[in-house]
Design a protein around this ligand. Sequence first.
Ligand code: NDP
Ligand code: ZN
Length: 188
Amino acid sequence: MTTPLPLLRALRFAADQHRFQKRKDASGSPYINHPIAVATLLAETGGITEDVLLLAAVLHDTVEDTETTLDDLAAMFGEDVASLVAEVTDDKSLPKDERKELQVQHARAASPRAKQLKIADKVCNLRDVTYHPPVGWSLRRRREYFDWAERVVAGCRGVNPALDAAFDEALAAGRAALERTSWFRAGP
Ligand code: NDP
Ligand code: ZN
């Protein structure tokens, strides 16, 4: 990264777009914490220093979850950032189950940048499901989320070994926590 200005502009834009949204955890964390966590993971663990990927990480949920359009992103942050965000944006006109299945099917053909961004997004969401789960999610639903994330990430592996390892760790920790909780609930 040559100067932090583009990243600061992206953070300011994403924070503004997500300003009324909260994560699904019990304390209703500010939504912007999630894109920041994804970009931080890419930089810190994935060793990513290039603008396009870090900017797209900060902006990755703006088109899916706010009024932002891909044209807005292209005008403000360039075509490369916009097309990377497009790659990780679900088509919201489709039913949820179909969207989730398409993520699995499309993963293998995604660009190397999109694969890394998808893995970082899934690592952060697995950690959230493990340590700050959405309110009302049963153990079964958490298990199903882990299984689905594993299927998506299977198609994204091989670009950045450190991110692959972070996913494996997050998944193992999440499954171990689920096992402990179900054992505790069922009793010895
Ligand atoms: P959602 O897609 O509704 O929620 C998961 C998404 O919410 C994450 O991918 C993340 O997306 C975002 N998110 C926000 N806050 C959190 C948080 N604290 N922890 C984790 N993620 C968070 O849920 P599902 O993936 O379960 O998809 C819905 C599917 O679940 C449907 O297909 C339906 O059939 C099924 N379902 C299953 C039930 C069950 O009990 N098994 C019950 C009801 C539905 P992002 O990165 O974009 O923010
Ligand atoms: Zn996300």
